[in-house]
Design a protein around this ligand. Structure first.
Ligand SMILES: Cc1cc2nc3c(=O)[nH]c(=O)nc-3n(C[C@H](O)[C@H](O)[C@H](O)COP(=O)(O)O)c2cc1C
Length: 367
């Protein structure tokens, strides 16, 4: 698929997840395959221009981490423009603008979802960025501030007019936070409002079938996946295969899940150092474990590891403990198998819903 001047290998995108979509995670996903474009966590434009250490760490990348978009937030046109120019100068392939974040800290300064409420001002700011760089500039928004103000179609059209290369839409309002079903009709309204550039749908895509349903029912050109990638790093590869062939690949085996988890840890250590990388991995490993079957023994211990050897000790003990749940072929007996994943907009009676995914704590409880 084409994103401005960028040719992407697939129409599947990694949604920014602050605190999660760091370099090791992106590299892990790229190695598994199927991903068209990955995006960083949101980065404050001003902090980036000030070369703040944390901001620079957020945009840390490597040659294997391509193509990459950096997501900026801010509301000062000069800063956003300069930050986009800086990103282009260091070889970033695309710049995304956060217009969907509902966190007070971001909205208070006029960034995030506050941008959805002031169409003209936002369009002007975005035009400044588009004119300043050759790389694609994209925008990520929600459907609107609340049910009464579904401004996304108008905003998307205004941004397309000033030259954004694509629009990403999370199918919920700012007021909804993360609760409630994804509004496919709302995403469809955005896709229909915009001509000439791709609209990418987002929200609760946790299976290949959910991605297909979103594409089919909204007319969007691609799908962006956030939390679903944490549950299942294979989601891009499996979705791409399903979209191309109609065939659903089987869920990865336990051994493959463990292999990819260990690779993720290695990358974490490479990028953040052993102790910090292992500490950060305390919140990552339980995501993998959600599909391991019984895993309380693992989850209890993995949140205490500070070194690679401690991690492998925990894993080894867990592998032995887990044996009690296996049949003679080494497979989990059916009653211990995790329930299938179901997207909010594909729930059927009798199918277990996915477990709650933690959202960042802070001034507000929701993104
Ligand atoms: C922990 C967490 C962090 C997030 N960080 C960002 C962010 O930095 N920028 C952004 O635009 N959206 C952010 N989001 C929203 C996601 O990109 C995405 O729009 C939302 O989670 C719905 O998609 P999903 O169900 O596939 O995760 C975040 C969501 C979560 C749960």
């Amino acid at each position: 698929m084409q994103l401005g001047s960028l040719n992407l290998q697939s129409n599947l995108f990694l949604s920014p997840l602050a605190g999660y979509t760091n370099l090791p995670f992106r590299l892990t996903l790229r190695e598994v395959g199927g991903l068209g474009l990955a995006t960083t966590d949101l980065v404050n434009a001003r902090s980036l221009l000030e070369k703040n250490h944390k901001a620079l760490k957020l945009i840390e990348s490597s040659p294997a981490d391509r193509p990459l978009a950096v997501q900026l937030f801010g509301s000062v046109p000069e800063e956003m423009r300069e930050a986009a120019g800086y990103l282009e100068s260091i070889g970033v392939q695309s710049v995304d603008i956060n217009m969907g974040c509902p966190v007070r800290k971001v909205c208070r300064v006029g960034g995030g979802s506050a941008m959805m409420t002031e169409l003209d001002k936002t369009a002007k700011l975005v035009k400044g960025m588009v004119d300043a760089v050759k790389i694609p500039v994209t925008a990520k928004m929600r459907l609107g501030w609340d049910e009464q103000n579904l401004t996304a179609p108008d905003l998307a059209r205004a941004l397309a007019d000033v030259g954004v290369a694509a629009v990403f839409v999370h199918g919920r309002t700012r007021q909804q936070g993360f609760s409630g079903t994804i509004n496919l009709t709302g995403i469809r309204a955005v896709a229909e409002a915009v001509k000439g550039i791709p609209v990418i749908g987002n929200g609760d895509v946790v299976t290949p079938q959910a991605a297909k349903k979103m594409l089919d029912e909204t007319g969007c050109a691609g799908v962006s996946i956030g939390r679903g990638a944490f549950y299942n790093p294979w989601i891009f590869q499996h979705t791409l295969h399903y979209l191309r062939s109609g065939e659903l690949l089987p869920e990865p085996r336990f051994e493959e899940r463990v292999r990819v988890m260990c690779r993720h840890l290695d990358l974490m250590i490479e990028v953040f150092g052993e102790e910090h990388g292992c500490r950060m991995f305390r919140k990552v490993a339980p995501w993998y474990a959600k599909r391991f079957g019984p895993a309380n023994e693992f989850n209890k211990r993995v949140v205490q590891v500070s070194s690679k050897s401690e991690f492998y000790e925990v894993l080894e003990k867990y592998l032995q403990w887990r044996r009690q749940f296996l049949d003679e072929n080494g497979e989990l007996t059916p009653r211990f198998q995790p329930p299938p994943m179901v997207a909010s907009f594909m729930q059927e009676p009798g199918v277990a819903q996915r477990q709650t995914i933690p959202v960042p704590k802070g001034p507000v409880e929701v993104w």
